[in-house]
Design a protein around this ligand. Structure first.
Ligand code: MLT
Ligand code: MN
Ligand code: ZN
Length: 307
């Protein structure tokens, strides 16, 4: 008799890129240029979000990118079915208040019920912006979730929310910005269903001991893949900030995520939220090969993962 593994959790990467997407609309950096030139080694990627289901009926989005409409178009499981107005998307969880993770909510303002989950701090960034009242609270209830708590999501999924080193969204920065505090501002998720679980940490400024211990032995970790080199944007001439200043630990180097997660016995490691300057986006690049040799996969739009 054949041995058939039953799927416990199904994940679809809706978007694998960081803010701006790949290529970024106004960018001619070395990596974006390849796309504009039609180079076959690169593929476009939309801004980061995943869809997760524990029952193949109800899908929960983790973050809601400005590209959500095209993301729904390209994934059949997320198309409306049955009733005149319907969506398999019945929940959305936010991991921070950054524009690339929340702006898509404005595209879902069509009186369609779903539940929104976030920490109090992230929820207040929405509440402070009157434009988000277009996503009517009486139709889309906003569930404030405490850190450390476990929330029950649609379709038998549950999420544990925990703080990771981060910073306030760029649009809320003022004065001296604290980088790397573990607060409600930037969180990671442990998503579980049917006995399987994985971690989703698309933004993370560092890997302190407590976070390393949490991730140890995981089945799957999807992790912040913003930059390869902390000074990549400066070297590319497109910005003056390091990755660390943006609240992202970089992939390479002794303090990088590849090194930091290498000794944690994680079965499967996937980079997501990849910035348009990151050379891992180029098929066959030295950096992509190095990441793969270290046991990582580079997420792409439409990537399907079964646990
Ligand atoms: C980030 O991840 O650093 C932010 O999304 C940057 C931005 O707001 O564009
Ligand atoms: Mn981002
Ligand atoms: Zn670029």
């Amino acid at each position: 008799m054949g041995h058939r593994k039953v799927t416990q959790i199904r994940i679809v990467v809706l978007g694998a890129a960081a803010g701006g997407g790949y290529p970024q609309w106004n960018c001619n950096c070395a990596v974006c240029s390849l796309f504009w030139q039609g180079d076959r080694r690169v593929t476009q990627r939309t801004q980061s979000s995943i869809a997760v289901t524990g029952d193949d009926e109800n899908w929960v989005l983790i973050n809601c990118s400005p590209d959500v409409r095209s993301q729904i178009m390209s994934v059949g499981a997320l198309h409306p079915r049955g009733a005149l107005r319907q969506s398999p998307i019945t929940g959305i969880v936010l991991t921070n208040g950054d524009i690339d993770h929340v702006a898509g909510l404005l595209s879902l303002r069509e009186s369609q019920p779903f539940s929104l989950f976030a920490t109090r701090t992230i929820m207040s960034a929405l509440a402070d912006n009157p434009m988000f009242s277009a996503v009517d609270k009486t139709i889309v209830p906003r569930h404030v979730t405490e850190l450390g708590g476990v929330v029950n999501l649609p379709g038998g999924l549950s999420a544990e929310l925990f703080a990771v080193p981060g910073k306030v969204p760029l649009y809320l920065e003022q004065g001296d910005v604290v980088i790397g505090a573990e607060t409600e501002t930037t969180i990671g998720l442990k998503l579980s269903a049917n006995g399987a679980s994985f971690f989703y940490v698309p933004g993370c400024a560092a890997l302190p001991e407590n976070l390393a211990n949490r991730l140890r032995g995981a089945q799957l970790v999807m992790f912040d893949g913003t930059l390869w080199d902390d000074e990549e944007m400066i070297k590319a001439g497109v910005g003056h900030k390091t990755g660390r200043r943006m609240g992202h630990m970089s992939m390479s180097g002794p303090d990088g995520s590849i090194a930091a997660l290498s000794k944690l016995d994680i079965e499967r490691r996937i980079f997501i939220h990849i910035n348009n300057t990151n050379p891992v986006l180029v098929e066959g690049s030295e950096q992509k090969l190095a990441a793969e040799q270290a046991g990582w996969q580079i997420a792409y739009d439409g990537m399907e993962i079964e646990l």
